[in-house]
Write a protein that binds this ligand. Structure first.
Ligand code: NAP
Length: 247
């Protein structure tokens, strides 16, 4: 798995968009890919938060709310006008929690909660991928990284005695299992692209009320690695930092 040599960006570098990159794992991924020489676009639903994050990293920014078709289309038009895209990291995600940061389990989950979670994690991933596909198809080395979760693994959540088995939530793991299936189907449809799902691991970010046990540096490791896949790298897979995960 060596680095790509895409040359789509206006500066002759690999052009990379990371959704939800104004903080957390997306921000850390942006930091590392800027250091690796990519032209990075920080996708942020709040333009000002995106501007501040991009300024800190020497990156570019684009306003992009994955639940808003118009904002996604405008972002695609702006990046196309700027020169195009080689790497898309679908990172924006939510995990709705209840009072005291409690995971919302089967007794409380509602169709509305499912819809809200899927709107960002699932439909957002498809909305952004669909909008950027024409740009990616013009890249010499197109790469898509879908930020999934270990909680998406049907094998793992059905293995008693593991933290994933014990996790009581419904909406979030269901949404990430859908992200895994989307990854597989896109990878089969576009064999010329490297399209993979990744599990960062339980990482301290706002998503989980900063209860995660890893640092963002550790969590971003697999995202950064898969964003830099060469055209002979794997596609249609599901990985954490230690290697392939069981579906
Ligand atoms: P985070 O710190 O809460 O960051 C989430 C990012 O997504 C923020 O930039 C947020 O923007 C953005 N976002 C949310 N809804 C959005 C929307 N509709 N449009 C655009 N951006 C939106 O969480 P994180 O832990 O870094 O999460 C990043 C990804 O890793 C998620 O897909 C998550 O499911 C996944 N993941 C995390 C862990 C973990 O333990 N942390 C484990 C496995 C997988 P705002 O600042 O505007 O809210």
């Amino acid at each position: 798995m060596t680095a790509t040599t895409g040359t789509t960006g206006t500066t002759g570098t690999t052009a990379t968009l990371i959704t939800g990159a104004n903080k957390g794992l997306g921000f850390e991924t942006a930091r590392r890919l800027v250091a690796a020489g990519h032209t990075v676009y920080i996708g942020s639903r709040d333009a000002e938060r995106g501007r501040r994050a991009a300024e800190r990293l020497g990156a570019r920014t684009v306003q992009l709310d994955v639940t808003d078709e118009a904002s996604v289309r405008a972002a695609a038009a702006a990046i196309e006008a700027d020169g195009g895209l080689d790497v898309l990291v679908n990172n924006a995600g939510i995990e709705e929690r209840g009072g005291g940061n409690a995971v919302i389990g089967a007794a409380e989950v509602t169709a509305d909660l499912m819809r809200k979670t899927f709107e960002t994690n699932v439909f957002g991933t498809v909305r952004v991928t669909h909008a950027f596909l024409p740009l990616l198809r013009r890249s010499a080395a197109p790469v898509v990284v879908n930020v999934s979760s270990g909680l998406a693994s049907l094998s793992e959540v059905t293995t008693p005695g593991t933290p994933r088995y014990a996790y009581p939530g419904v909406a979030y793991p269901a949404s990430k299992a859908a992200v895994n299936m989307i990854t597989i189907q896109y990878a089969k449809a576009f064999p010329e692209m490297r399209i993979n799902a990744v599990e960062p691991g339980f990482t301290s970010t706002d998503l989980n009320g900063n209860t995660g046990t890893q640092t963002v540096e550790q969590g971003a490791e697999i995202i950064v690695r898969m964003a830099q896949l060469a055209p002979d790298g794997p596609t249609g897979g599901y990985f954490d930092a230690a290697g392939p995960l069981p579906w």
